[in-house]
Design a binder for this molecule. Structure first.
Ligand SMILES: Nc1ncnc2c1ncn2[C@@H]1O[C@H](COP(=O)(O)OP(=O)(O)OP(=O)(O)O)[C@@H](O)[C@H]1O
Length: 790
């Protein structure tokens, strides 16, 4: 008896002991302690499991309800009862034998949706889950008259500006009402939800109208333009909410599916499933028209906001605050003045006080607004402070580690650091990036010790794992910085970042910077940041994520026309812009190579940059493009983030970007430092669904330019001359890229068909054969239109 009670007592004491032990862990290993004394991996796995279970459970329920509805409809038909009668039969139920009415079905779904634990199915557009009970207006807004809306739109297009404005206002008001009133299901309104793996979209539930009247269509997801709250200031500094780690592992940078653990999400769901590309003709004209009106209204709102902000923005890119008002070393201020940096930019003014105070921070600011200086100044201060504390150390510690996703960006940041270290003798910076000789890195590290390292994750890990003494030097780390943090925390880099974080002291400051910080990144940022970190957002919820002065447009044209169009757009731009400097982004390295060869053959002053090029070549081209004017850079996403090429006049993106964030970063290569710029997104009709993901950005759909038959002929002649091996590689790369995009890749037959059309556009009649292994890996074996090598 005595021994069993002793055992019980011990087993009770064990979790406490474990939790204390985890508190005492000396260093490394990511976020501090987790409930129950679990380490972060156990904690992560636990949440992963919970989220999966919950998701499965909810999907199962939804499936059952849907099947019940179908069964009951079939029964109704067999019984010779009109379904419309059935719909009115309020006594029908899921479990009963009578047919289930559509009302009941909706009600059942709604019940499930509102159930405890159904938070997983909610998303930001659905509003707060448990909003305070609101008083319903005594005189609720009448249902929206869509026909009137269409007339209004026509009016808008004609000259009745005043009249149409009032109808816009009333539409807006109603929209606001439906959002402000929460997503509680009011009689007559439909439930809104996102399905985890559904290809269908919720039909037009926002207005309370059933446009298509079909239950399946209710699943279609409609992306609500959530009214941005103008009460938010231009930049906000707030304590981060409780965040937890992302649980998924997947397929690299362009992994499209971002399914997060709902268990840890608090009030939000971050599933970012996309809609399936759907031929435009399939939708009814009327529904299309409504959709278009919505888009137009949203855009009007944005443009109005933009116009208002425009002047303020111009004035506030540089603030009144000067660097010498900040507590940074006078020698750094001297170097800043040499570089002509006197006043701070908005992000510098907002982030510097927090960063210099030694706090952890997550900082969001638009592209080209001076984030690098905002983290380099605290970096230099950290080095100065550490050096003055440890004068007699035998091994020079690495005090600051800056991680970047690309090699060119690391080189660029190291160069900027050198500019700011100009008067600090004894302080130095070095890069550790892939594509260079490892031995050479080692030599440099030994012969020229430095306190700041700018690195790409892969090469840094190589050094941590293989260079003796390097890990010991990292033990002196005071500050860890992740530039383009959202990308580094993305699936492609996550594991490396986790390992790096495990190799540096836990007692450190960490800073995360990016122009885009999606919700899931905020959630997993605790992998690096302390719980009480500060979130500095200079864009604000009411702001637009892209530079105000960049004119953005979208052209939709069949694939066969893309190459002609790029040539024509470039020609027109060059004609109007004497100091032109253009970046053309392509989807993959090999498609980039194809585009480069084509434009070179068309006698354009063009350079290429992608991952298949040797590092020396990449560095040379990057430098040349930075220094030059009247030049075109054709590139893959290696140039999408952080690269500061001055005075880029136009950015063309050909094909669908890997995600919304990538669109914003690519576009951000122009319009830097508050300058003007232009961005064109060129999509095929079946890629147009991407516009739903960026519908909060001021992108105008433009008319295609008049086809120029002369140019068309020239392009065709040039395509004809391109080496077949380049074309073949482009086809394979194209297929790989789109196969990895969830929305397109899941319908393999459609993918094969689209790939064949791409094939024709690059001048190949018969699609090149794939290796059997590749086809198997891509799930393309046996798909009509896909050829396999014998
Ligand atoms: N205080 C300042 N005064 C004047 N120019 C500045 C100042 N700070 C930064 N700049 C300039 O602004 C430009 C953009 O800076 P930077 O590359 O740091 O932008 P970023 O916000 O990091 O952009 P991205 O999101 O694309 O990485 C650079 O040319 C830089 O020299």
């Amino acid at each position: 008896m005595a021994s069993s009670s002793l055992l019980r007592e011990r087993s009770r004491a064990l979790p406490k002991l474990l939790s204390r032990l985890s508190l005492l862990r000396p260093m490394g290993g990511g976020p501090r302690t987790f409930p129950g004394g679990l380490n972060k991996w156990q904690y992560k796995r636990m949440h992963e499991k919970m989220a999966r279970q919950k998701e499965r459970r909810l999907l199962q329920q939804e499936k059952q309800l849907y099947q019940a509805r179908l069964r009951s409809e079939i029964r109704a038909k067999l019984a010779g009862k009109a379904s419309s009668e059935a719909a009115d039969d309020s006594s029908s139920s899921i479990g009963g034998y009578g047919p289930m009415s559509s009302k009941d079905h909706i009600k059942a779904l709604a019940n499930r949706f509102m159930k405890e634990g159904a938070e997983d199915l909610w998303n930001e557009d659905d509003g707060p889950i448990r909003s305070a009970p609101r008083k319903r207006p005594t005189d609720p807004a009448p249902p929206l008259d869509l026909r009137k809306l269409v007339t209004d739109r026509r009016n808008l297009m004609e000259d009745h500006v005043g009249e149409s404005r009032s109808s816009l206002a009333s539409f807006d008001q109603r929209r606001r009402y439906s959002i402000a009133a929460g997503r509680g299901l009011r009689p007559g309104s439909k439930p809104r939800w996102r399905r985890n793996s559904s290809s269908e979209e919720d039909s037009d539930s926002e207005s309370g109208f059933n446009l298509e009247g079909d239950t399946t269509k209710m699943y279609r997801e409609t992306k609500l333009g959530v009214k941005k709250d103008s009460r938010f200031p231009r930049f906000s500094i707030g304590s981060e909410e409780k965040l937890e780690e992302e649980l998924d592992e997947g397929g690299g940078r362009i992994a499209r599916k971002k399914m997060m653990s709902g268990a840890a999400l608090g009030n939000y769901d971050v599933k970012t499933e996309r809609r399936v590309p759907r031929p435009v003709e399939e939708r009814s004209n009327f529904a299309n028209e409504i959709k278009e009106i919505r888009r137009e209204l949203r855009k009007r709102d944005l443009f109005r906001n933009d116009a208002r902000q425009h002047r303020a923005q111009e004035e506030t890119l540089l603030t009144k605050r000067r660097f010498d008002e900040c507590s940074i070393s006078p020698l750094t201020i001297k170097a800043l003045a040499d570089a002509r940096y006197v006043q701070m930019t908005v992000v510098q003014e907002a982030a510097l006080p927090v960063c210099l105070e030694g706090k952890d921070a997550l900082v969001k600011a638009k592209t080209g607004t001076g984030k690098s200086v905002a983290f380099l100044l605290p970096a230099i201060e950290a080095v100065l402070k550490a050096t003055s504390n440890n004068m007699n150390q035998r091994v020079l510690p690495i005090n600051v580690l800056i991680l970047c996703p690309t090699r060119e960006l690391a080189i660029q940041i190291a160069a900027e650091t050198n500019v700011l270290l100009k008067y600090h003798d004894g302080s130095g910076v070095q890069t550790l990036i892939g594509g260079t000789r490892f031995k050479l890195d080692q030599k440099r590290l030994d012969s020229d010790p430095c306190q700041i390292i700018v690195a790409t994750p892969g090469r840094l890990l190589d050094h941590i794992e293989n260079k003796s003494g390097f890990s010991a030097r990292l033990m002196g780390l005071k500050l860890l910085i992740l530039d383009e943090a959202d990308h580094l925390l993305d699936l492609g880099f996550r594991k490396d970042i986790e390992k790096i974080v495990d190799s540096v002291p836990r007692q450190r400051q960490s800073l995360l910077f990016s122009a885009t910080i999606p919700k899931e990144v905020r959630r997993i940022s605790q992998l690096v940041l302390k719980k009480d970190h500060v979130f500095v957002d200079t864009v604000g919820l009411a702001g637009v994520d892209t530079p105000i002065k960049v004119l953005q447009s979208c052209l939709v044209a069949p694939h066969e026309l893309h190459f002609h169009l790029v040539y024509q757009l470039l020609k027109e731009h060059i004609m109007h812009e004497p100091d032109y400097k253009v970046i053309v982004f392509c989807t993959t390295a090999m498609v980039t190579a194809f585009m480069y060869v084509l434009l070179r053959d068309l006698k354009m002053n063009v350079r290429e940059m992608h991952s298949r090029k040797p590092q020396l070549y990449r560095s040379r081209i990057s430098e040349e493009f930075r220094e030059s004017k009247n030049i075109i850079l054709v590139t893959s996403d290696v140039s999408a983030r952080g690269m500061n090429y001055p005075d880029v006049t136009l950015v063309i993106q050909v094909g669908i970007p890997s995600d919304r964030e990538q669109y914003i970063h690519r576009l951000g290569r122009t319009g830097r430092e508050g300058k003007d710029g232009k961005g064109i997104l060129l999509l095929a009709p079946w890629e147009e669904y991407f516009m739903d993901d960026v519908n909060d950005l001021p992108i105008e759909k433009s008319q295609l330019p008049e086809p120029d038959s002369d140019m068309k002929r020239k392009v065709e002649d040039s395509i004809e001359k391109i080496d077949p091996s380049i074309k073949e590689a482009a086809y394979h790369a194209w297929l790989g890229y789109y196969n990895s995009i969830h929305e397109i890749g899941r319908d393999k037959t459609m993918l094969a068909d689209l790939a064949n059309r791409f094939c024709h556009s690059i001048g190949i009649d018969k699609p090149p054969a794939l290796f059997r292994k590749t086809a198997l890996k891509m799930g393309l074996k046996g798909i009509p239109g896909i050829r396999i090598r014998k």
